[in-house]
Design a protein around this ligand. Sequence first.
Ligand SMILES: NC(=O)C1=CN([C@@H]2O[C@H](COP(=O)(O)OP(=O)(O)OC[C@H]3O[C@@H](n4cnc5c(N)ncnc54)[C@H](OP(=O)(O)O)[C@@H]3O)[C@@H](O)[C@H]2O)[C@H](O)CC1
Ligand SMILES: [K+]
Length: 508
Amino acid sequence: MEWRRFHTLLTPDEMGQADRITIRRGVSGFVLMKAAGNRVAEAALKMIGDIGTGGTCRIACLGGPGNNGGDAFVAAELLRRSGHSVVVHTLSKPECLSGDAALAAGYYEGTVEPLDTFEPEKTDLVIDGLLGAGLSRPIEGDVAALIARTNTAAPRLLAIDLPSGVSGKSGAILGDAFQAERTVSFFRAKPGHFLEPGRTRCGSVDIRQIGIEANVLDTIRPKAFLNQPELWRLQLNLPAGAGHKYDRGHAVVFSGPALKTGAARLAANAALRAGAGLVTLLSPPNAILVNASHLTAVMLRKCEGSGDLGEILVDHRFNAFVLGPGFGTGERVRDYARLVLEAGRALVLDADGISAFSDVRNILFDNEKQPSEGEGVRLVLTPHAGEFARLFPDIAEADRLSKLDRARQAAERANAVIVLKGRDTVIASPDGRAVINANGTPWLATAGTGDVLSGIIAAQLAQGMPAFEAAAAGVWMHGRAAELFGPGLTAEELAGQLPRVFVELMEA
Ligand SMILES: NC(=O)C1=CN([C@@H]2O[C@H](COP(=O)(O)OP(=O)(O)OC[C@H]3O[C@@H](n4cnc5c(N)ncnc54)[C@H](OP(=O)(O)O)[C@@H]3O)[C@@H](O)[C@H]2O)[C@H](O)CC1
Ligand SMILES: [K+]
């Protein structure tokens, strides 16, 4: 499908594969490098235009030992020909370069100086071609010192492919990394452009084409994508003219005790706004009055223990549950989660609901191991980093794993969809698919927004969306609602933005 091609994220290894396939088809590596250098020069000229001096700009291109440095030489020559004052500062002598990078160094006719003569304060623009996809170990010594010195001087900086020091696979910073204003990368984005802290170091990311054909992806078969509506819009259940509220499912949220009911109500109200036909809040007896005094469209029902829940589950219209927000940890969470899952209902387990399983992880994982034939995954776990570490301590501690891989491994182990939250939320499915979410605003980091997210996801599950798509759609809608509200957001206001989000989704 076309969207898959467009929103694909490629690891540096997969990008290397794309490169090799293209070269095998007869396009030379140097032709690709010249196209890449051209795209970099175009971006640089745009940035120089922003500077607005109209005259000659002082441009420092930093060239490393590999093809990233080759791209820098090509860009340097084009900028020199445009009349700018260009110096290429190289890590190793140009005569030590090999392959396409050596050809690129030969193509450049301007001044070359060693890296240690580079003075960030005396440039209008820095182009970083030190290290890109080939970064293989932490940056140390003189290069690390140069990066630190440059970041302190904070010149305008354009990174080629990735800011040197950022891992394209994981977004991790190996040693240190440049802070770029803009990053130009080629063919498709890399996970490191969207996973923190790499995402912040990249500045704005431009993906430009250099002559690699999209159909190489049919061979590479990547499994990571940027979370965009095209991924799940066809499965989104936008209400039809003749529909009935029961066609849109019945979401159920468990309330905490009398002094902790707000989180569940945030989830319940969000579920209703996000499209569930009906929503019921299940309340312990001591919280019935406080819940009743705050609810209107959301229904309320007493649930005192497993017996009550068993009776509720007899009615098959209750099809998607949220357990955790404000609920407290303990035996009751585990009983309720087990009953809901054994009854074949979808469950979003959040906050306390996740922490309740940290000592007895296997109970959760064993229960979910074998969904009945054809039923698919029904459990969605929405941990932030701390909750994730309590439930999957070994995976959380494995430094070599990217956030994408951590979420994937956890999803496989728990046989659940994992929503690993953060500014770079990753949604992973046990079948290996994963998406990185990139929308939202820093204002989302405030009390109660996670509860709202659980409700939005549950609404999609209630409407019959498969769990992976429901989680991806929920995270995207949540982020978009925050963007539409803007600064000063509190959790109470998020669901109120969902109608505008739906309008956008229907119009797109
Ligand atoms: N993929 C494409 O379609 C195209 C990519 N282009 C550009 O090429 C680079 C990738 O080039 P590559 O040569 O594979 O890698 P780099 O230039 O990033 O760097 C490799 C060299 O750097 C050394 N290295 C690695 N880590 C460090 C470090 N921490 N400190 C110092 N030096 C380091 C590495 O040495 P080894 O000993 O590990 O071998 C290499 O010498 C891609 O990013 C694009 O910009 C094409 O031009 C267009 C097509
Ligand atoms: K770079």
